[in-house]
Structures are given as C-alpha cells and as structure tokens.
Design a protein around this ligand. Structure first.
Ligand SMILES: NC(=O)c1ccc[n+]([C@@H]2O[C@H](COP(=O)([O-])OP(=O)(O)OC[C@H]3O[C@@H](n4cnc5c(N)ncnc54)[C@H](OP(=O)(O)O)[C@@H]3O)[C@@H](O)[C@H]2O)c1
Length: 304
C-alpha cells in the first residue's frame, strides 16, 4: 500500500493531501520540528471549496524523526526544495519515490544531482489554492496536473492511484516540455506584473507593457530553442496573450509574493532562463534587466 508523506503542507501541498486522503491513500504531513501540531499528534486542514468547508485530519511526523519514507510529495516553494529535502534526507531509502510539485525549473536538476538514487518525478499543476490561515486553504480554481519523469514514456505503477484523485491528474511522456512551457509563460507575465504591481490584464491594456511582453517572448523563445525546447515555445506570444486575457483580473503569484513581502521564485524562473541563455550563448537583455529591477525593488522596499 502506498503511504505518501507531504513535505510542504501549504496551499498546494495541503490541497493534494486532502485529494489523496479522499481517494483512500494514506497520507502523513511532515512538519518542522517546532510545529505546534506535532504536540497534538495530528493536524486538521480545513479546505474551502465552492463555499463549503471540508475538514481533514492527518497524521503528522517531525522532519527529524527517523521512520523511513517510501513515497514523498514535495510542495514547497522552488527555493525551499533542496533545503527541505536535505532536512529529511536521513529518512529516504535508496529508490524512494519523490514527486516535486512546484513552479519553475532548476531545482529538479539540483535534487537529482544531490540524491541520484531517488526515483525522482516532476509535476506541474494549474490548480489554484491559497492559505486563508495556517491550516485553512481555499481551493480557488480547479485545474489539472501533469506528472512525468524525463525520458520515461509510460507511468509507473504507483501513478494509477493518482489517476483516481478527484482532479484531472495525467501522466506526461514529455514533462520537460510541459515544465518549459509553463516556465516560458511565467517568465513573460509574472516578473512584469510584480515589477509594475499590476494585474495580469494590464499587460494587454498598456501599450508599453504589451511591447515589453512581446520582446520578452522573443528572447525566451530564442533561449528555449537553443536549449532544445523548441516545442515548448511554439506560438509563445499568442499563448501568453491568451493567458493574460483569460486571467486579466488576477494578481500573479509573484506579485502576491512581492506585496506580502515574501521571497519570490524568480531565481527558478527568469534566473533559470538566463542561466540557460548563458550556457548556450544567447543574450536576453530585457529579461536580465527585468530580473535586476525586480531584485533591486524588493531589496529596497518594505512590503506594500
Ligand atoms: N498556490 C497555488 O495556487 C499554486 C498553483 C500552481 C503552482 N504553485 C506552486 O506550488 C509551490 C507551492 O506553492 P504554495 O502556494 O503551496 O506555497 P505555500 O502555501 O507557501 O506552501 C509551501 C509550504 O512549504 C512549507 N515548507 C517549506 N520548507 C519546509 C520544511 N523544511 N519543512 C516543512 N515544511 C516546509 C512552508 O512552511 P512555512 O509556511 O512554515 O514556511 C509552506 O507551508 C510553488 O512553487 C508555487 O509556485 C502554487
């Protein structure tokens, strides 16, 4: 029987914990050693969906405990992936299954390089959730999730149970393209909205922002193509504009992070893109300036 442990029981981790539990799959939350829920021996996640509250109680385990983990879902922010896994690495048996579910690129390679004996999978989700309180999650938008492992055409046996979750969860034989496409779209939208502190729709409405998005798309496409990811950026600009129009009133996750004074995931979005550009000799001055400006803004300003 699969028993999943969730590292990073925030909005997305908490949502997937409830989905797994609803599907009858045992699930335990891994918590920092000072988490108050450890003393209680369990944690209750309240999920608000379509204005209804659903309570889920979970077994909990301190990161520093030593019982082994066979199936691990990691849903921290991209920059927390490696340090969070390092905090529980003593519990990971060789060959343990680990599914990394966060935005951005770069941490997957870091995890694979540091723990080469893990059976490492990557996911990308368009589910939308946010934390209303520490263990209260609002499931704000229904989406779909793709899971895969580079070079692996068909799903492993364990994935059959994930296909029974009450959400669309599919195997992708080409997860690299999926992750790159999401990265490309995020790089063209999120940093611009975070720098200009505007909703997504402003990127279509304001001519100078629309022109910037077009230039960013050109650079992003050139880097993706040089990286062997041409399929991920086919029609990138029209796709980006379609996302902007479909989410016009939304605040991007990066803008939300900036407004809340939280660290952003930009190093795993534009930062990763620029590192790829450097590796393949493709310059991307508009993306580089954007990264620089956003970092300068966040270093110099208190949260709004
Ligand atoms: N939310 C969405 O709608 C959404 C949609 C698609 C993709 N994503 C992506 O999914 C990822 C997670 O996003 P999120 O919104 O779920 O973030 P989140 O609510 O901040 O959740 C991350 C969780 O990880 C926990 N964590 C970090 N290090 C830990 C450690 N060492 N031990 C135990 N817990 C640890 C954090 O705890 P603390 O709070 O105590 O630090 C937090 O609860 C991001 O990459 C995001 O871009 C999110």
């Amino acid at each position: 029987m699969q028993h999943w442990h969730i590292l990073g029981a925030g909005a997305i981790g908490g949502l997937f914990a409830t989905l797994l539990q609803d599907a009858g799959i045992p699930c335990t939350l891994l918590l920092r050693d000072d988490d108050p829920d450890l003393a209680a021996g369990s944690a209750c996640i309240t999920l608000r969906r379509d204005d209804q509250l659903h309570k889920h109680r979970f077994a909990v385990s301190a990161n520093s405990e030593d019982s082994p983990l066979s199936y691990l879902l990691v849903c921290t922010k991209a920059y927390d992936m490696v340090p969070a896994i390092a905090g529980i690495e003593h519990r990971l048996a060789p060959g343990a299954t680990i599914l990394l579910l966060a935005n951005g690129l770069g941490y997957q390679e870091q995890v694979q390089a540091r723990w080469p004996r893990l059976d490492c999978f990557a996911g990308s989700t368009t589910e939308g959730a946010f934390r209303e309180a520490r263990r209260s999650i609002c499931h704000a938008g229904h989406g779909s999730t793709l899971v895969g492992q580079p070079g692996r055409p068909s799903a492993p046996d364990w994935f059959a149970s994930w296909q029974g979750l009450q959400t669309s969860c599919e195997w992708s034989a080409d997860i690299d393209t999926v992750l790159w496409r999401k990265l490309a779209i995020n790089c063209a939208i999120n940093p611009v909205t975070a720098l200009h502190r505007c909703p997504n729709g402003a990127l279509a409405e304001q001519p100078q922002l629309a022109a910037l998005v077009r230039e960013l798309c050109t650079e992003i496409s050139a880097i993706a193509i040089a990286s062997g990811q041409a399929g991920a950026v086919e029609d990138l600009h029209p796709q980006v504009m379609a996302v902007i129009r479909a989410t016009a009133s939304n605040r991007s996750s990066m803008l939300q992070d900036v407004l809340a004074g939280r660290e952003t995931e930009i190093d795993y979005l534009t930062g990763y893109l620029l590192a790829q550009g450097q590796q393949f000799g493709v310059e991307a001055p508009r993306n580089a300036l954007l990264l620089q400006a956003l970092k300068a803004q966040n270093a110099g300003h208190a949260p709004a």
